[in-house]
Design a protein around this ligand. Structure first.
Ligand code: GCO
Ligand code: MN
Ligand code: MN
Length: 388
């Protein structure tokens, strides 16, 4: 159906590492060949994506001599021009190389910390070269297996200093760039610092330039911790910090699965899409996921199309939820719109609190009201299952 066809204004983006994922895992070799960044851009254009994001080394191998780097960039740029795809976000890989085995910004070794900063700075330059406005920082190795190895307070401080350094660099260069911090509780480290959206939001308030830094929440990462992802996203949004989002899916309590968006918990995905659409989130809808290991590149396209299609289906369902008279009447009733309004009188004042203190409440009568959440939830289920 036409409604489910992706358009540029839907802002669907994928990382080079997502559709380029070869299926290698800790137990097995690649099952798909490595495609060049340019080839992946054409693939993304074919499925209808709006943009492509990259880690520094997805685009340019870490040891590439300058001439190779130049020719890769040239091909990549041509693919972007041919297809009209944009690069809204860039990031740096501070986890792959052996040097980062004990972290990057939080490593105990000052040489490693300096190298990590240098690498991040060069990655920022590369992102800017391709027009990125958001730079994601995901500290996959910033953690420990044993807490005898690293002082947690040192790690917190080192991490903060590094982010401050990068902000100062962007300001100094007059780059039009914001940073988005991505939390994850574990994997690849036993434990990773700042493991949730909430930790990241708290960290941001203690930076030198909090206005330049927001979050990049990922569905799977909060679900790995058993948390309600949408609640975290709402808190980030309310704080003005939802700069980017990583969409995928995940069974709680398992390894980091990076499943196709909406393929596991349809209901959670629905409330998330409804939230993003209702508040008017205008950033990228970035899919940080990859195809099952069973797939060839046709399957990778099925995977990418599926992420976008499910998002659009859920967006349509959200609009129907908002227009459904029975659901909306129920919501009005639940929110006590038609019942007698207490004299709570909004803002605090000495007079208001005097009124509130004097007000009688019939606790038992109020508590007796059934809230009809069962009916509301079933109506939502009916809607999602397509019988409404
Ligand atoms: C993961 C992370 C990464 C980051 C990416 C961007 O669990 O592997 O989600 O995919 O999002 O490295 O920094
Ligand atoms: Mn992930
Ligand atoms: Mn991610």
């Amino acid at each position: 159906m036409e409604t489910y066809t992706p358009r540029p204004d839907h802002k669907f983006t994928f990382g080079l590492w997502t559709v380029g994922n070869t299926g290698r895992d800790p137990f097995g070799n690649p099952v798909r060949e490595t495609k060049t960044p340019a080839e992946l851009v054409y693939l993304l254009a074919e499925v209808g994506a709006y943009g492509v994001n990259f880690h520094d080394n997805d685009l340019i191998p870490i040891d590439a001599p300058p001439s190779q780097a130049e020719s890769i960039k040239k091909e990549f740029r041509k693919a972007l021009e041919d297809t009209g795809l944009v690069v809204p976000m860039a990031t740096t890989d501070l986890f792959h190389e052996a040097i980062f085995k004990d972290g990057a910004f939080t490593s105990n070794d000052p040489q490693v910390r300096a190298f990590a900063l240098q690498k991040a700075i060069k990655a920022i330059d590369l992102g800017i070269e391709f027009g990125a406005k958001i730079f994601v920082l995901w500290g996959g190795r910033e953690g420990t297996e044993t807490d005898s190895s690293k002082n947690a307070l040192d790690a917190i401080e080192r991490n903060r200093e590094a982010i401050n350094y990068l902000c100062n660099y962007a300001l100094d260069q007059k780059y039009d760039l914001k940073f988005a911090l991505e939390a994850k509780p574990n994997e690849p480290r036993g434990d990773i610092y700042n493991p949730t959206i909430g930790h990241m939001l708290a960290l941001i308030e203690h930076l030198d330039h909090p206005e330049m830094v927001g979050v990049n929440p990922e569905v799977a990462h909060e679900q790995m911790s058993g948390l309600n992802f949408m609640h975290g996203v709402a808190q980030a949004w309310e704080a003005g910090k939802l700069f980017h989002i990583d969409l995928n899916d995940q069974y709680p309590g398992r390894y980091d699965q990076d499943l196709r968006f909406g393929s596991r918990d349809i209901k959670a995905a629905f409330y998330l899409v409804k939230f993003l659409e209702d508040v008017g989130y205008s950033g990228s809808r970035h899919f940080d996921a990859h195809a099952y290991r069973s797939e060839d590149f046709d399957g990778v396209k099925d995977f990418a199309r599926g992420c976008m299609r499910t998002y659009l289906i859920l967006k349509e369902k959200a609009a129907r939820f908002n227009q459904d008279v029975e659901i909306q009447d129920l919501l009005s009733e639940i929110n006590g719109i038609n019942s007698p309004q207490p004299v709570l009188a909004g803002n605090y004042s000495t007079e208001n609190v005097r009124i509130l203190k004097a007000q009688p409440f019939d606790r038992e009568v109020i508590a007796r009201r059934g809230l009809k959440y069962e009916r509301l939830d079933q109506l939502t289920i009916d809607l999602l299952l397509g019988v409404r």
